[in-house]
Design a protein around this ligand. Structure first.
Ligand SMILES: [Zn+2]
Length: 260
C-alpha cells in the first residue's frame, strides 16, 4: 500500500473529471466513505458529457442539461452537494493552457487538501478508462495542481482580477491508472456507489448487469490490493505533491547537521 495522508488530516477534497458518471465508476465508493467521515467533497466536471447517451430519440440539444442533472442526483447519493461544470465540449478536450487556468481557478476557490483526477496515462489493459478526454483532463489537472495553483506568478490574472490566492494541494489520487498503489475497501459503501451509477439513467439504464459488472471489477481491485476474499476495492495511484518529501529532506538535513 502507498504512503497516503490520513483522512483525519483532510478537510476538503476536489474530484476533477471529464464526464458525468466518471467519478461514480471510478471513485464513488471511496467518496462515500469520505463524506460519511465529514470531509467536504466538491466535483468539477470539465464537460457535460454531451456526446454520451444511447437513446437517439433524446434530442442532442437536451443532453447537456440531462447529464448535468443526472450527475447532481448521483452526487447526492454519495453526500456531495457542490457540483461545478466547466462546459467544455465532450470528446474534444485538450490539455490547453486555458483548461489549466480554469482548473487552477477551481483549485484556488475550493482549496482542497487532496485532488482526485483521471490518470493521464493510457491504460492498455482497460481502454475504456483511457478515453482521450480522461487523459487530457488528467494531464491538465496535474499541471493545475503543480505548478499553476500554487505558483503566485502562474496565471497572474487569477490573483490580480479575481483575488484568488495560491493554493498548495498536498496529495493527488489518480483514477484509472495502469499502476495503482492504493486500494480502498468500499464493501460497505458499494450500494451507494450503485445508486449513484443508476442515477446516470441515460448511460446505465440499459445495463441489466450493472451491479454484477461493477462487483467483478471491484473484486479484482480487492485481490490486487491483497484484501481478504469477499471484499470490494476501488484502486488509485496516489501522488505525494512534495510536502512529505520536503519534510523528509528537511529532517534529513537536521540529522546530518546534528551529526557533523
Ligand atoms: Zn468518461
Amino acid at each position: 500500500m502507498a504512503d497516503v495522508l490520513d483522512d483525519a488530516e483532510i478537510t476538503r477534497i476536489l474530484a476533477i473529471t471529464a464526464h458525468p458518471d466518471d467519478v461514480d465508476f471510478g471513485a464513488a465508493g471511496t467518496i462515500t466513505r469520505w463524506t460519511d467521515a465529514g470531509i467536504e467533497v466538491t466535483y468539477c466536471l470539465v464537460t457535460d458529457g454531451d456526446a454520451g447517451g444511447l437513446d437517439e430519440d433524446v434530442p442532442r440539444a437536451e443532453m447537456p442539461a440531462l447529464r448535468r442533472a443526472e450527475q447532481v442526483a448521483a452526487a447526492k447519493c454519495v453526500g456531495v452537494h457542490d457540483v461545478r461544470f466547466l462546459g467544455y465540449p465532450d470528446g474534444r478536450v485538450e490539455a490547453t493552457l486555458g483548461l489549466r487556468r480554469d482548473l487552477a481557478r477551481v483549485i484556488r476557490q475550493v482549496r482542497p487538501d487532496r485532488v482526485v483526477c483521471p490518470s493521464p496515462e493510457r491504460n492498455y489493459a482497460r481502454m475504456g478508462t483511457s478515453h482521450p478526454d480522461h487523459r487530457a483532463v488528467g494531464s491538465a489537472a496535474l499541471d493545475a495542481v503543480y505548478p499553476d495553483a500554487r505558483n503566485p506568478f502562474a496565471f497572474p490574472e487569477l490573483r490580480e482580477r479575481e483575488g484568488l490566492a495560491p493554493w498548495k494541494v498536498r496529495e493527488v489520487w489518480l483514477a484509472g491508472s495502469p499502476s495503482p498503489t492504493h486500494f480502498v475497501d468500499v464493501t460497505a459503501t458499494f450500494s451507494r456507489k450503485i445508486a449513484a451509477l443508476r442515477a446516470h439513467e441515460s448511460q446505465t439504464g440499459h445495463l441489466d448487469d450493472l451491479e454484477e459488472r461493477i462487483r467483478g471489477w471491484l473484486t479484482r481491485g480487492a485481490a490486487l490490493g491483497g484484501l481478504p476474499d469477499g471484499r470490494l476495492a476501488e484502486s488509485f495511484q496516489v501522488l505525494d505533491i512534495g510536502l512529505r518529501q520536503l519534510l523528509d529532506t528537511g529532517l534529513r538535513q537536521v540529522l546530518n547537521t546534528g551529526l557533523r
